[in-house]
Design a protein. Sequence first.
Length: 402
Amino acid sequence: MTKPIVIVGASHAAVQLVTSLRQQGWQHGITIVGREKHFPYHRPPLSKTMLTDGKSVESILLRSKLFYEKNHVEMLLGQSVENINKNDKSVTLSSEKVLSYSKLVLCIGSNPVYLNLPGETLKGIGYLRDFGDVDRLSKFVKKGKRAVLVGGGYIGLEAAAALRSFGMEVTILESMERILRRVTEPEISAFYTNAHTTRGVNIVTNAQVSAFSGEEQVQEVICNDGQRFPADLVIIGVGVRPNVMLAEKVGIEVDNGIVVNAQMLTSDPDIYAIGDCASFPSPFTEARIRLESVPNANEQAKCAAASLCGKLKTYDAVPWFWSDQFNMKLQIAGLSHGYDNIVLRGDTMSEKFSAWYFKEDILLAVDCINSPADFITAKNLLTARKNPDKHLIALSEKAIIV
């Protein structure tokens, strides 16, 4: 009897993998091992609506319990994989249970970068890794109280928007010279700085947090230069690192993530990796990359499922992302790294525009704010590897070439 496919991590990637495996004709067993006791759920709402709306984890489940029953998936929740034995193709769980596998798929995501600063264990301070974090921190979400977001990336900005809309006083402390420095370009950083500050969010850049103070609950965030920011709630979001410890432990190749080929196969012929933890070759860049996005996780799951079912499928999906802040939806298609000119189409003041990134005349990426039509057009162009005339883009609506 064929051994099951064992999926490590109850994530977006895992659920899509189950769906695609059954669609591709896999008729044997599937087992999911998940660290949390909950069935897999949507992660993006954790930094958005979940902080303030008081909803339960059941409201954001990716699939109901019935889905796993119908697809004959064994769910081992509240457990983690402690070790992989590549020789006999088995994994040992935290419960000491041993599972044999035909193929193993690592969907183990990433972990927050922890600051480990003095006072970080005070109540009211935390990271947004899972629903348990939201459940614990939401107790400190109260109208009129003060929230400090340490880190001006997407997680920090999304949480800031949700808390400010709820009625809290909000400050963002960013260690670099501008928010979103690691993930987007100066024009988009400037736009979001203006959008947040005009809505009452205080943004402080070049702010190096050194400690937190308070009795039992946090009361202040302290910076290296002596500045102090009152706080009743602190959410830390200063980046993530791929979860590679399990792979490293058994000698699977790692390089800013678990190294995979275009079919999501690792250096072990029976082990795959998909999602945030995977470092893969992309046709959209000369370098190996790792993407932290739900669309990437889903597309890689489809690719891995095809390979697991004996069908060759190369991962070549256009990278795309989204972020919701206040009444603004950002949609990104492509990767802007290496651009040398930008076409800004639309009006930034109306909060409806798009930024088209080119390297000479080659379209690399597009950032779209409340411009879904531009996003769809750009994504289709990138998929077809077509390069629009940037001057025609500029002429089609109020625009400037930067």
